[in-house]
Design a protein around this ligand. Structure first.
Ligand SMILES: Cc1ncc(C[n+]2csc(CCOP(=O)(O)OP(=O)(O)O)c2C)c(N)n1
Length: 355
C-alpha cells in the first residue's frame, strides 16, 4: 500500500465511482417503517461518531478513532437485512450495523471510553469489539481475516441444518488480501450461507483503488472468479442497498450458496481521526458530500410524504439517546489497574523475575 506521500490520484470515471450502477433490486417495496429505521440508524451512527470525535480531541479516547462518515447506510442496511438468529462480523465503518442488532448506545460509549463494563473490559481502545449476545463477532483488524471466520460460521449453520446466515464486510483494501480469496473460494466450494458486503470507498487509507488492483470491477471479479453472485449498488442510497443486501441474505438462506454485494461510496473523512484525507480530490469529495446518505434518505422520506415533525422527532430522539448513553457510560467504572494482566496473553521474558 502506498502512503500519502507517494499516492497520486488517477483519473476517475463515473463508472469507477459507482455512479452509473443500475439499481440491482427494486427498492420501492421497502416499507415506511424500514425507511425510517434506516434513517434513525444512520443518524445515530453519525451522532455517536461526531460526539466521539470530540472526545478524541479532548484526549479521552485511547488510540486513534475511525468513523464511517458517508458509509453509514451500508452497515444500517445490512444490520436490518439480517434476521435475529443470523451472525455478523462488522468492521469499524459499520457502527450502524451494531446498533441495528440491538447494541445500546451506552454500550458503544463504554467500549470507546475503555470502561470495565465494555466487552473488552478496557483492554482495547475502541476497535476490536464485538457483542456476542447480539450475534456480532469481534473485529479482527488484520484486513480480510473476518472472511474465513464468517465462512466457518456459515459452514456450522449449514452442517447443523439451521436456516441462518453469516455476513461480513471488507473494503477495497481488504479485497487485496489472501484471506479474502481463500475465504471466497472455500465459501463457493462448500456452498455455505454466507453474505459478503464489500465497502468500496475508493481508498485503502490513502491508496486509490486503481493502485490497489488492476481490475477495479470488484463485482464482476467475484461473480466471474468465484462464481459467487455479486451485485454492485450505490452505497449512498440506503434503500437500494437495503433491498440489495436483503435479497442476498434471503438467497443465502434459501440454500443458493454464498452471495456478495459491492457497495460503492466514499468515506467523507480521513482514514482515522488524525488523517485529513488531503489525498482525496476536492471535486470527488464535494460530489460525495452532496450525495451524503443521510441527506439522500431524508429527501426520499420527504418525497414519501413523511412530515417535518416526524423527521424532527427522529433527530431529537437520536440527540437524546447519545446524551443519555454517554452519561451512562461516563458513570461506568474504569478497569482496576490491579487487574491489568487479567484476560490477556503474557509472554514470559527470559531472565526477568516477576515481583
Ligand atoms: C493485512 C493487513 N494489512 C495492512 C493493514 C493496515 N491497514 C489498516 S486499515 C488499512 C486500509 C484499509 O482499507 P480498506 O480495506 O479499503 O478499508 P477502509 O479503511 O477504506 O474502510 C490498512 C492498509 C492491516 N490492518 N491488515
Amino acid at each position: 500500500m502506498a502512503d500519502e506521500t507517494t499516492a497520486t490520484e488517477p483519473a476517475r470515471t463515473p463508472e469507477a465511482r459507482g455512479e452509473n450502477a443500475p439499481p440491482c433490486v427494486d427498492a420501492t417495496a421497502v416499507s415506511r417503517a424500514t425507511r425510517l429505521e434506516l434513517l434513525r440508524l444512520c443518524l445515530l451512527q453519525r451522532a455517536i461518531e461526531d460526539r466521539t470525535m470530540n472526545l478524541y480531541r479532548q484526549g479521552r479516547i485511547s488510540g486513534s478513532y475511525y468513523t464511517g462518515r458517508g458509509q453509514e447506510a451500508v452497515g444500517a442496511a445490512a444490520g436490518l437485512a439480517l434476521g435475529p438468529d443470523d451472525v455478523v462480523a462488522p468492521l469499524n465503518r459499520e457502527l450502524a450495523c451494531h446498533l441495528a442488532r440491538g447494541v445500546e448506545v451506552a454500550h458503544v460509549f463504554r467500549i470507546f471510553l475503555g470502561r470495565e463494563t465494555g466487552p473488552t473490559r478496557g483492554r482495547d481502545g475502541n476497535m476490536h469489539f464485538g457483542v456476542p449476545e447480539c450475534g456480532i463477532f469481534p473485529l479482527v483488524s488484520m484486513l480480510g481475516d473476518l472472511c474465513p471466520v464468517t465462512v466457518g460460521a456459515a459452514l456450522a449453520f449449514k452442517r447443523r441444518n439451521e436456516a441462518r446466515v453469516a455476513l461480513t464486510f471488507w473494503g477495497d483494501g481488504g479485497m487485496c488480501t489472501g484471506d479474502v480469496h481463500e475465504g471466497l473460494n472455500l465459501a463457493g466450494v462448500l456452498h455455505v450461507p454466507a453474505v459478503f458486503v464489500i465497502q468500496n470507498n475508493h481508498y485503502a487509507y490513502s491508496t486509490p483503488t486503481e493502485r490497489e488492483m488492476v481490475n477495479t470491477d470488484i463485482a464482476s471479479r467475484i461473480t466471474g472468479g468465484w462464481s459467487i453472485p455479486c451485485e454492485r449498488v450505490d452505497g449512498t442510497d440506503a434503500l437500494a442497498t437495503y433491498a440489495c443486501v436483503s435479497a442476498a441474505v434471503e438467497r443465502a438462506r434459501a440454500d443458493e450458496g454464498p452471495q456478495a454485494v459491492e457497495a460503492v461510496s466514499l468515506r467523507i473523512h480521513g482514514h482515522a481521526a488524525h488523517d485529513d484525507a488531503r489525498y482525496v480530490p476536492a471535486e470527488l469529495r464535494a460530489d460525495y458530500e452532496a450525495r451524503d446518505p443521510i441527506l439522500r434518505l431524508t429527501e426520499r422520506l420527504r418525497l414519501d410524504g413523511v412530515d417535518e415533525d416526524t423527521l424532527q422527532d427522529l433527530t431529537e430522539g437520536v440527540t437524546n439517546a447519545v446524551a443519555e448513553g454517554l452519561a451512562e457510560a461516563e458513570s461506568a467504572p474504569d478497569p482496576d489497574p490491579a487487574t491489568l494482566e487479567d484476560g490477556v496473553y503474557a509472554m514470559p521474558v527470559q531472565g526477568a523475575e516477576r515481583t
